[in-house]
Ligand binder design. Structure first.
Ligand SMILES: [Cu+2]
Length: 167
């Protein structure tokens, strides 16, 4: 079965590359079972929930990062395509690379999987706060997904060193 394994690796690398390029090249669809017979509405829609969201307190109320996890318990892939907030003029999606970060237009939320925005990786960038945030504030983020539509969450402003799981 070496051939199969090799193919899977190639497909995976392709998917990672397509994601990295951030383009519309999502031809490398859901490879796993090798069934590419449509499956669109078959396995139940995407079922999303958001957890572990927080914003480390930005220095002097400037640019802040936002982190959260989007879980998808449903059978369809979804993708996060837009984030906005009534309390900030700009929220963008960023991916960190070795030495810098770049804006991306969408982020995948795989079926039976999760999209994790975490320190050192993919994150939200929040700018233009209408009111300088203080610890304990909550910022509404409106997350728009291709299939699910918009989910609004209240994201707490935490200490700069906060990590999820800490109280
Ligand atoms: Cu960034």
């Amino acid at each position: 079965m070496k051939g199969t394994l090799g193919f899977r690796r190639t497909a995976l690398a392709g998917a990672v590359l397509a994601t990295a390029l951030g383009g519309g090249a999502f031809l490398v669809a859901c490879g796993a079972g090798g069934q590419d017979g449509g499956g669109a509405s078959a396995g139940g829609a995407a079922r999303l929930s958001v957890a572990d969201s927080y914003i480390p307190m930005p220095p002097a109320g400037g640019m802040a990062a936002g982190y959260l996890t989007v879980r998808n318990e449903g059978g369809e892939d979804d993708e996060l395509v837009r984030v906005s907030s009534p309390g900030a003029s700009s929220v963008t999606m960023h991916r960190s690379t070795a030495s810098t970060m770049e804006q991306v237009e969408k982020l995948d939320v795989p079926a039976h999987g999760a999209l994790q925005l975490a320190r050192g990786g993919t994150h939200l960038m929040i700018m233009g706060w209408q009111k300088a945030p203080v610890l304990g504030d909550e910022l509404e983020l409106d997350l728009t997904f291709t299939r699910t539509g918009t989910i609004s969450v209240k994201v707490p402003v935490k200490e700069l060193t906060y990590r999820p799981g800490q109280q």
